[in-house]
Design a protein around this ligand. Structure first.
Ligand SMILES: Cc1cc2nc3c(=O)[nH]c(=O)nc-3n(C[C@H](O)[C@H](O)[C@H](O)COP(=O)(O)O)c2cc1C
Length: 138
């Protein structure tokens, strides 16, 4: 069927102050994905998903513990899927990029990006970069 969405996506996130949660909800809305808040559940059945989008805020250069733990607990399952990582942080430019690279390398995730909240906004108040990210994830 034309336009039939065969790839099923899950956005799994850890958020303390709400920015990553809002970003995750927006992404999921745009992508038709399911969302999972690691604050509410750490056990997630990923069997029905082909593409896992992971999100976290950053404290002192580190992603949130719940995400670190989730990735550690699910290495086998995640290795079978397309995995993308987004980070909500305050660093931008080179500093943000270096921080994002370090975290992605630690996780062994090659597709990683970050949102500092400083870029141009779309009419919904979300960064334009987020819409570009959505297009890339589709
Ligand atoms: C105590 C504290 C430490 C932080 N450390 C960093 C940091 O090292 N690098 C960075 O880019 N952002 C840092 N931030 C900014 C947060 O990562 C950013 O506000 C993020 O959007 C928070 O995500 P959340 O609202 O989903 O919890 C820090 C914020 C706080 C409150």
């Amino acid at each position: 069927m034309e336009g039939w969405e065969t790839v099923s996506k899950a956005v799994i996130y850890a958020s303390t102050f709400g920015k990553t949660r809002k970003t995750a909800k927006y992404l999921a809305d745009q992508l038709g994905a399911d969302t999972f808040d690691l604050k509410k559940q750490m056990l997630i059945n990923m069997a029905e998903y082909d593409h896992i989008v992971l999100g976290s805020g950053i404290h002192a250069g580190k992603p949130y513990k719940r995400l670190v733990e989730f990735i550690g607990n699910n290495k086998g399952e995640l290795s079978k899927k397309r995995v993308s990582l987004f980070l909500c942080c305050k660093f931008n430019d080179e500093k943000g990029a270096a921080q994002c690279r370090n975290i992605a390398d630690e996780f062994g995730i090659s597709d990683a990006t970050f949102f500092s909240g400083r870029g141009d906004k779309n009419p919904d108040g979300f960064e334009v970069a987020l819409d570009e990210y959505v297009s890339r994830l589709r």
